[in-house]
Design a protein around this ligand. Sequence first.
Ligand code: ADP
Length: 635
Amino acid sequence: MSHTQTMKFEAETRQLLDLMVHSLYSNKEVFLRELISNASDALDRLRLEAATDQALAAEQSDPEIRLEPNAESRTLTIRDNGIGMSREELISNIGTIARSGTQELIDRMRQAKPEEMSAELIGQFGVGFYSCFMIADRVELLTRRAGEEKASRWEYAGESGEYTISDGGRAPVGTSITLHLKDADADDGIEDYTDATVLRRIVKKYSDFVRYPVKLPVRREEQVDGLPVISLEDEVLNSMKAIWLRPADEVEDDEYNEFYRHISHGWDEPIERISMKAEGRFEYQALLFIPSQAPIDLYSQAYRRGLQLYVRNVKIMEHCEGLLPDYLRFVKGVVDAQDLPLNVSREMLQENRQVTQIRKALTKKIIDTLLAAKEAGEHYDEIWRSYGALIKEGIASHQESRDKLVPLLLFESTADPEAKVDLATYVERMPEGQEEIYYISGERRAAVESSPHLEAFSRRGFEVLFMLDSVDEFMLHHLQDFEGKTLRSVAQGEVDLGEEKEKEQKEERQKEFAPFLEALTEALKDHVKEVRLTTRLTTSPACLVGAEGELSPHIARLMRQNRMDIPEIKRDMELNPTHDVVVRLKQHFDDGDRGETLTDSAELLLGQALLAENAPLPDPARFAKLLTRLLAKVL
Ligand code: ADP
């Protein structure tokens, strides 16, 4: 039975292929790096799977990656004897791009000008395999999964949007990819990839450290008994040296960067590189990288976290999660440990003391690197933009790191719209009379900046931090003070900014206002817990205040949108007793007007307090009606 299936690419994949086919990206030779990288991964996987599966062990032969150029047919074949793919795997791996955020990136690439079609933009997809469509107009792939009898053949002739899959009959284990090359074209950045000199250079440049030999058959001409004899022999193009075992001063930055791209499947450059060598009781080397951009799927379940784990220079795990706390999942790299057993399982790793030690040491080193970057101030803004939310997650989730992470925090604040502030600087510039660290949380800067809650603080020249990340709320549960100063929300609890005279005045007024406040509380009882007076307002008549430690309303809304069952939280309404509106309303009340004017006004005050903090109204239509009625009266 030989059935040929013609399949359509998913719309997203197709768009991406179109972009590759017509790519103006100039560095097209990286296609080879991508294919060699995939081949090397496939060899790793066969080795790892064969370690626990006898049937697969029989499929192993000397691992290698072969480049087979053919100048006459203008093809280049890349062959590996790795794990291979089943028919189903072919369809799901090569026919789809299962990444969240793909469509968004495609749209961005479409809108980008050609010169902006940069490696970074392309690289965020992990376009890997598809990059060969920059230099080939037809691609054939023959692959047999280790342990399976039959091979599968995949073919795509560019631009049709359809590919075919058919039975590939008997074939050696692994994958061979044959590229039907576009003509060399210097203007287009396409070279002759059947030329041994070109291939040598590209492999040396991008794939030197690959741990399997990349072989190229070359013609040798010898004189035997005075006659020329031509033979083909394999030349190994890469040194295969583990980059982390080489002395750091002998490795060029470019080599490190290529290695980073190899392990991260990225196209960008790392923003930080960390080399570690531990000697003594547990010996290990680590080479870690912080990517310059957060991967698009960093927050999705599908994100592949974990460092590569080697034991005595042999890779034993591709994604070892135990080597870093979860919040540091953006870090990429390799750990090579000397004293772990080669057959260590995932379960064993969780318990292993050495792994725990390594995790501690790596965590410390990464945080120190981040602190140093912050001190140096050069690219910390970028790091913060990409990973700030994860650092906050670390404070919430990883008690061991908490104290060391706090100095890394940056916040926007009322002080300066351009610059962010850390807590130490905040405390340093606290004016006389300020005892606590104040913050306000909300969805966006614009939403909190004009909030009535800030009024009393601005008047006294107290800086207020903006907590605009949804993770802030959870972080704040674990960050209650800094240098002995309490972190306090300006929108929660009663404000007591310490002026005795004001406090006395307020208490007196509270008595005088009591019946009025009770009537308002009754009128608004479905929406607020209590109506009371405050000194926190200067220009607004009213605002809403939560209880201390309570979930803030915008976070509660966010959680409800995520289908979490969060009960409605009632807050208190605070009134500014010096505001004209409040003064006059009380006058009406004292004059005996306790009907509609009072209840309508109470509702209007509530509505405007909600609007002032950018919160939705419980009944917008009713608010509109009340407002119209009011306008009709005064106009
Ligand atoms: P990435 O390598 O970033 O996952 P690719 O598009 O390069 O993206 O490859 C998609 C998937 O196809 C790989 O994750 C792998 O499962 C499979 N694949 C690609 N090349 C090979 C190969 N030579 N041997 C086995 N599987 C491969």
